[in-house]
Design a protein around this ligand. Structure first.
Ligand code: FES
Length: 119
């Protein structure tokens, strides 16, 4: 998978986040527990930005309706039934979907991210 040079490692210190454009995606880079993680910044539930989501138990929790996604695999840990009243009807369009995760690596002081998600 081709990797794109996105930004100097120093621009994302421990516990920081940054959104970068890679191909057709806005990728959220998270530096946590000494490592870098790259996921789609669009929540698969209703496509709202995940940038300010809380990190809990190796997952990112969407700040809007609290769906949670594993940071390694992107798998759904919790899927929001929101909005509750039309939740069933909406189920057809907001069916449970994993969060796209991207390969990310450090090389020569830069972060490199794959052009397409791994999942
Ligand atoms: S947009 Fe993320 S849970 Fe609804």
């Amino acid at each position: 998978m081709p990797l794109t040079k996105v930004l100097p490692v120093g621009e994302v210190p421990e516990n920081a986040r940054k959104v970068v454009e890679v191909g057709d995606y806005k990728v959220l880079v998270i530096h946590t527990d000494g490592r870098f993680i790259a996921v789609d910044n669009r929540c698969p539930h209703m496509h709202l930005p995940l940038k300010n989501g809380k990190l809990e138990d190796h997952a990112i929790v969407c700040p809007f309706h609290h769906s949670a996604f594993d940071l390694e695999t992107g798998n759904v840990k919790e899927w929001s039934p929101w909005p509750p009243v039309v939740g069933k009807a909406l189920g057809a369009i907001a069916r449970e979907k994993a969060l796209p995760v991207f390969e990310i690596m450090e090389k020569d002081g830069w972060l490199w991210i794959a052009d397409k998600p791994e999942n």
